[in-house]
Design a protein around this ligand. Structure first.
Ligand code: FE2
Length: 214
């Protein structure tokens, strides 16, 4: 008995009225996100056809390999957008609570919130399209900021994303010109849902505790 593949569904995010990120940008962005779900489901369906008879035939290997290659892009595109939309909210922003686990982890990892933020923004300003992600490192219980090219290159296996920033140009081009990415980063920070970030970090710590018995 196996769990059959259940197609992913588009999630709803109520983000209307954000600061510096227009509803028009969000509408376009939600449509792009829905496209990743559609492609993920379509690829999974096509791939499952190849192994229905219990094997992938050698002559099918090039087509099968290409679908598998594309799957990493589509899957990560779907998931990273859900993290991104999920860490924004109308009325968010400001600095995280100084008593929060996130703030304490930032201080332990970087020395201060200001240094962590400078590093995260530095990653967000990198040339090219991709993502800036603050991960929790479950082995060292530290936070670290990483650059992810496209959607799939640079993700750190086993690390838990706690804050995810989309810096593909579609995320801001209707509101800012390409050279104004720093303004978009400012707008992003003024809408962060720090409670969502805190929940992710706590969830990661709980998962870790139950896995290690600590
Ligand atoms: Fe995006």
């Amino acid at each position: 008995m196996i769990n059959s593949y259940k197609p992913y569904q588009v999630k709803e995010f109520n983000l209307s009225g954000l600061n510096g990120i227009s509803d028009q940008t969000l509408d376009l962005h939600f449509k792009l996100y829905a496209g990743y779900i559609k492609e993920t489901n379509s690829l999974m369906e096509k791939i499952s056809e190849f192994y229905k008879d219990g094997k992938v035939d050698q002559e099918d290997m090039p087509a099968y390999s290409e679908l598998k290659r594309r799957l990493g892009f589509e899957y990560n595109g779907m998931m990273l957008h859900e993290y991104y939309f999920g860490n924004l909210k109308k009325g968010g922003g400001g600095d995280p609570d100084r008593e929060s686990a996130f703030f304490k982890a930032v201080e332990l990892s970087f020395g201060s919130y200001e240094i962590w933020k400078a590093d995260f923004i530095g990653v967000g300003k990198k040339r090219g399209v991709g993502w800036a992600i603050c991960y929790q490192d479950p082995m060292q219980e530290r936070l670290s900021n990483h650059w992810i090219t496209l959607h799939q290159m640079g993700n750190v296996a086993g690390f838990n994303p706690v804050l995810v920033l989309d810096v593909w140009e579609h995320a801001f081009l209707l509101d800012y010109n390409p050279a104004e990415r720093p303004k978009y980063l400012e707008a992003f920070f003024s809408n962060i849902d720090w409670h969502a970030v805190e929940r992710r970090l706590q969830q990661a710590k709980n998962d870790q505790a139950s896995a290690t018995g600590r």
